[in-house]
Ligand binder design. Structure first.
Ligand SMILES: *Cc1c(COP(=O)(O)O)cnc(C)c1O
Length: 464
């Protein structure tokens, strides 16, 4: 297939005009976008995408952390086509089920950590966290402890964009719009060593930051706290990798105060950290796991909740009707695609490959970026990595708030053919699992070149 011939059919200007006339984008300043014109992505293959001008771009972000098996997988398209022909839709309400949903639940339980035997399907990660919010409160209700309602989450966490997801999340810009968070949610500080761990070893900081949870539980009263929720590695917050002492201590505290532990694995789940789930990489056993994104490699929307035995048994034995669900819970086409996606991950050994091969390779190359004059810190785990741009490496001085160095850097990346996302002054990547060592070299060369270009650019702007 020739990318150029397909792309030549797309009239970029016309699409941009229609885009700004009618399409309101998520997380976007519509007015600003209309003035600039959106970049039109028209095709993907492997780890690359092409825009409507024919430019080939290495997708260092796997779309939005989801296209884990890479673009252009015919077997995923075929799984959807086959299922649509047989049964495009049926619901799971009212005593009915469908074959792909059942098979997928079994497949996910098959790769889940010990103690998980049930799956609840949703259409997205946000809906997964909304489901957990209701499920956990229902659980404590059934245990005769309906006063155990409060969720504790973290600043700079991302748990989705529904009212509940945004409330659980700790994004100030999201809370500022729509009067969030909703009641019954408290936040503690994130385990970001660079920002909060001055004068301590990483291990000490891991324990200290976990104990902020204990402080919060004691302040609220353990009899009122329902659950703690966190991402194994904060993704949208800028790939914040916690110290290895953090999660085991969080687990100890949750057990001590009888607080349920929720692992939001929408990014980390299905292999991103080099094991099937991030909680396995960090050594803790949650009660509930949220998943989405990587379950279908983003080919079709699907999310859900892995419900641990402790919660599932109570809901099933004592719960009666759980008055919650979605039209697309257990959607047969989405489930058929997810089944094939998991089959690909297994067939091609993509998860162990991250653990043993491309993960350590990326880590070595990426963390070496710290020798660059603009890079203060650089860390990677599995196939996710982040670095911090600083003004002065010796003092770790940051750029001023009115010097958006991350935006400038992202611009150079995109213009030079690599997608690297910015989160404030952090630059992050999460490439597709199929990336090869040669392609990691190619990506790292592009990143280095763009860091140099960023340095020249900000010197010219007088920011240094
Ligand atoms: C993306 C994401 C979500 C939200 O998933 P949607 O499918 O966009 O609703 C929730 N949690 C985490 C950790 C995410 O990265």
């Amino acid at each position: 297939m020739n990318a150029a011939t397909e792309i030549s059919n797309v009239d970029t200007r016309a699409i941009q005009a229609m885009d700004s006339a009618s399409y309101m984008h998520p997380f976007t300043d519509t007015k600003e976008l209309a003035a600039k014109g959106a970049r039109v992505i028209v095709k993907g293959d492997g780890i690359y995408v092409w825009d409507s001008e024919g430019k080939k771009i290495l997708d260092g972000m796997s779309g939005l952390w989801c296209v884990n098996v890479g673009y252009g997988r015919k077997s995923l398209a075929e799984a959807a086509y086959k299922q649509m022909n047989v049964l495009p839709y049926y619901n799971s309400f009212f005593n009915t089920t469908n074959v792909p949903a059942v098979e997928l639940a079994k497949a996910i339980v098959g790769i889940a950590p010990d103690g998980f035997h049930h799956v609840f399907f949703t259409g997205s990660g946000s809906e997964g966290n909304d489901t957990i919010f209701r499920m956990v409160r229902r659980y404590w209700d059934l245990q005769g402890q309906s006063q155990k309602k409060t969720f504790i989450a973290r600043n700079n966490a991302y748990h989705g964009s529904t009212v509940c997801g945004a409330s659980l999340g700790g994004m100030k810009d999201m809370h500022a719009q729509g009067d969030l968070p909703i009641p019954g949610i408290a936040h503690i500080e994130q385990p970001y060593y660079f920002e909060h761990g001055k004068g301590m070893s990483e291990d000490e900081f891991g324990l200290k930051s976990a104990r902020w949870l204990e402080d919060k539980i004691l302040a609220i009263g353990a009899d009122k706290v329902a659950a703690f929720i966190g991402e194994p590695v904060q993704g949208a917050g800028g790939v914040i990798i916690p110290p290895r002492t953090y999660w085991p201590e969080i687990q100890r505290i949750c057990r001590k105060y009888d607080v349920l532990l929720v692992s939001d694995e929408v990014i980390c789940g299905f292999g991103r950290t080099g094991q099937w789930f991030g909680c396995q990489t960090f050594g803790y056993q949650p009660d509930l796991i949220t998943f989405a994104k990587g379950v279908t490699s983003g080919y079709i929307p699907l999310g859900g909740v892995l419900v641990g035995d402790r919660v599932a048994q109570v809901l099933i034995e004592k719960g009666g009707d759980f008055n919650h669900g979605f039209t697309y819970s257990g959607h047969p086409v989405a489930c058929a695609v997810a089944l094939e996606n998991i089959a690909i991950l297994k067939r091609e050994n993509l998860v162990p490959r991250i653990h043993d091969d491309v993960g350590p390779y990326l880590k070595a190359k990426f963390e070496a970026l710290v020798d660059h004059p603009l890079v203060g810190i650089a860390n990677a785990i599995g196939l996710m990595a982040g670095l911090l741009l600083v003004r002065n490496k010796a003092t770790m001085e940051r750029f001023d708030a009115n010097q958006p160095v991350g935006v400038v850097c992202r611009g150079h990346m995109f213009n030079n053919g690599v997608i690297m996302r910015h989160v404030g002054d952090r630059m992050i990547i999460a490439p597709p699992f199929v990336i090869t060592r040669e392609q990691i070299d190619e990506m790292m060369a592009l990143i280095r070149r763009c860091l140099d270009a960023t340095l020249d650019d900000i010197k010219a702007r007088g920011w240094l």
